[in-house]
Design a protein around this ligand. Structure first.
Ligand SMILES: Nc1ncnc2c1ncn2[C@@H]1O[C@H](COP(=O)(O)OP(=O)(O)OP(=O)(O)O)[C@@H](O)[C@H]1O
Ligand SMILES: [Mg+2]
Length: 262
């Protein structure tokens, strides 16, 4: 018999989630009765044809959008019915988001782009700078911190965007087609970064069309027509060390949401 597994709290837990757009004839069920659980330290690729509900799933998981029906528990918080103000707090503390188009501000340097979420979080200037430099170092861009986005390659821009996503040290990183605009070599660099974020203990969920991206994950969840039609583990979800707590100077979640996370 194998060792008894310790119970784990899921990072993501969706229960019977539906997402319906429009009304009457124009009604579209983008998600149909989706239930899924993702535990800490997993690395999940979400795949499936265009229109199958992947981005809708990501929008709900990232608290950018609410389910029409069903419940969503994120890191133990029932976020289904939270107000926008609380959702924004949860997003800021728990989730790093990466998109296909890098969404960097063109007038700001790489460093300033990465600092921006910390500006919104009210982190003091000096600490902000050192955290942003650390994040840029983690993505291999220490030599490009003063460059503006137009002075960087696509792969470098995406790495800046990843640095911005992880600068607050979120336990969960979500990416929607992060390599969709990149050439193969640049995509590989980005995928190496996701692997190392996962090895550091972060939970990673990546939406992709590309089999090569899916192959880097530990689990592949396939959507078709708004449903999960396949969910297979391709590598062990090792139990890496938990992500270190954010520096104490960074504000923790407000008391009404349960304060700092253990
Ligand atoms: N805001 C919206 N209003 C109406 N319908 C929408 C909206 N967003 C998505 N849909 C519909 O929901 C379904 C799922 O869309 P979604 O964007 O989640 O697909 P996807 O799997 O991400 O596709 P792709 O691979 O092309 O990005 C589609 O039929 C889409 O047209
Ligand atoms: Mg999509």
């Amino acid at each position: 018999m194998t060792a008894v597994a310790r119970p784990r709290r899921p990072v993501i837990s969706l229960h019977d989630v539906w997402k319906t757009y429009g009304m009457g004839e124009a009604r579209v069920h983008a998600l149909r009765d989706v239930s899924v659980r993702i535990d800490r330290g997993d690395y999940v690729a979400v795949m499936g044809p265009s229109g199958s509900g992947k981005t809708t799933f990501m929008n709900i998981v990232s608290c950018m959008d609410a389910p029409t029906r069903g419940r969503y528990i994120l890191e133990g918080y029932d976020v289904t019915d939270l107000e926008e103000r609380d959702l924004a707090e949860i997003r800021n503390h728990l989730i790093g988001l990466v998109f296909q188009s890098f969404n960097l501000l063109p007038r700001l340097s790489a460093l300033e782009n990465v600092e921006l979420p910390l500006v919104y979080a009210g982190v003091a200037r000096k600490l902000r700078r050192s955290m942003a430099l650390d994040a840029l170092e983690a993505v291999g861009l220490s030599s490009r911190v003063r460059h503006r986005p137009t002075e960087l390659s696509g792969g470098q821009q995406q790495r800046v965007a990843i640095a911005r996503a992880i600068v607050g040290n979120p336990p969960l990183v979500l990416a929607d087609e992060p390599t969709g605009n990149l050439a193969t070599a640049q995509a590989d660099e980005v995928l190496d970064i996701f692997s190392s974020l996962n090895a550091d203990g972060r939970t990673v969920v990546v939406i992709t069309h590309e089999p090569a991206v899916g192959e880097r994950a530990k689990r592949i969840v396939r959507f078709s027509d708004g449903r999960i039609v396949d969910d297979r583990r391709v590598a062990a979800r090792v139990g890496p060390p938990p992500v270190p707590r954010p520096r104490s100077e960074v504000a923790s979640l407000p008391a009404r949401l349960g304060g700092a996370r253990a």
